[in-house]
Design a protein around this ligand. Structure first.
Ligand code: FVH
Length: 293
């Protein structure tokens, strides 16, 4: 048998929203037999024309194949979609965004129903699916054996990164990265607001911002090293005392530009607290400990 004639694992996919549809197209394009179900049946029509088998109920879709992938709105929709379906012997892979606690509870729930369970956190947006050079991937956690068994199939739409046996770890990594992303978006929103009323083209600032954020991003490695060693003064590049001294400049500039400081102020308050605790010779790693309750 040549690699092109190797039988591809059949996949059942529940959920044909923007992400589910992109996943479905990637599996179809790679030649995987695909059974799909969506609460609103009309969303399956285009995929049927592209070769997917459309099941008329979630139970029928689950019955069709051993590997069942879920990509629904939230954890509640997973519970609703799977209510009353027979999951015995099924390999459930849940790519629905949720909390670590929801993932752990869902793993126990699947186990009680005789199914194996892998949780996933998608680090991609739909246009990145099926485009390897776009760099998208999914965090997986839960049964390592299940991950290895389906690794190749799961790696068809986007890459795979396994982060541990604890079913909650994929969600935790997902939320950690997305939280950092929102921090970045918040900073960019403040930057655009500062120039909003000026004769500065936002597209020129955008390029400068993108380059600057890329240049600054590796600083997370220094933070990680300091958190690991416990010595927050190790390899310090920009002392906290110096940075706090500069914060009035940021706040005054915001005021002069008619921009609310509400995105910056909470972070500056944490920096001042750490300075007051004696962290003047550190970088910003001490802020992490102020957040942990
Ligand atoms: N799209 C994105 O950019 C992000 C990228 C990162 C990962 N997220 C997560 O992926 C999950 C699905 O996201 P989506 O983009 O496909 O979302 P929608 O287009 O809104 O589709 C939602 C699907 O869920 C179905 N659904 C909702 N409620 C129920 C329910 N109670 N029972 C059964 N199915 C339900 C919905 O069905 P319908 O409205 O068409 O009938 C869609 O199939 C999500 O966790 C993101 O956080 C995407």
């Amino acid at each position: 048998m040549t690699p092109n004639t190797v039988e591809k694992t059949p996949v059942t996919l529940l959920g044909l929203g923007a992400m589910g549809t992109a996943l479905a197209r990637a599996w179809l394009a790679a030649g995987h037999p695909l059974t799909v179900w969506n609460r609103t049946p009309a969303r399956a029509a285009a995929l049927a024309a592209e070769g997917a088998t459309v099941a008329d109920s979630a139970a029928a879709a689950v019955a069709a194949n051993n590997l069942v992938v879920l990509c629904l709105l939230d954890d509640a929709s997973v519970g609703e979609a799977l209510a009353g379906t027979d999951l015995t012997g099924r390999d459930l892979v849940n790519l629905t965004t949720g909390t670590p606690a929801q993932a752990r509870a869902r793993a126990a729930w699947a186990d009680e129903r005789g199914a194996r369970y892998l949780d996933g956190g998608i680090m991609a947006v739909p246009p990145m699916v099926g485009v390897p050079q776009a760099g998208g991937y999914v965090f997986y956690s839960g049964s390592r054996e299940l991950f290895e068994r389906h690794r190749q199939t799961l790696g068809v739409p986007v890459g795979t990164t396994y982060v541990g046996q604890d079913a909650g770890y994929a969600a935790l990594h997902d939320v950690a990265l997305l939280s950092a992303m929102y921090g970045m978006f918040a900073g960019a929103a403040h930057a655009f607001a500062l120039i909003r009323k000026e004769d500065i083209d936002p597209t020129s600032l955008a390029q400068l911002l993108a380059d600057w954020l890329v240049a600054m991003a590796p600083a997370v490695h220094r933070t990680a090293e300091q958190l690991r060693s416990g010595d927050y003064t190790e390899g310090v590049v920009s002392r906290l005392a110096m940075q706090v001294a500069g914060t009035p400049t940021f706040l005054s500039t915001a005021e002069q530009q008619g921009v609310s400081p509400e995105l910056l102020s909470p972070y500056f308050a944490l920096m001042r607290r750490r300075l007051a605790e004696g962290g003047g010779d550190e970088d910003l790693s001490g802020v992490v400990d102020l957040l942990v309750r």
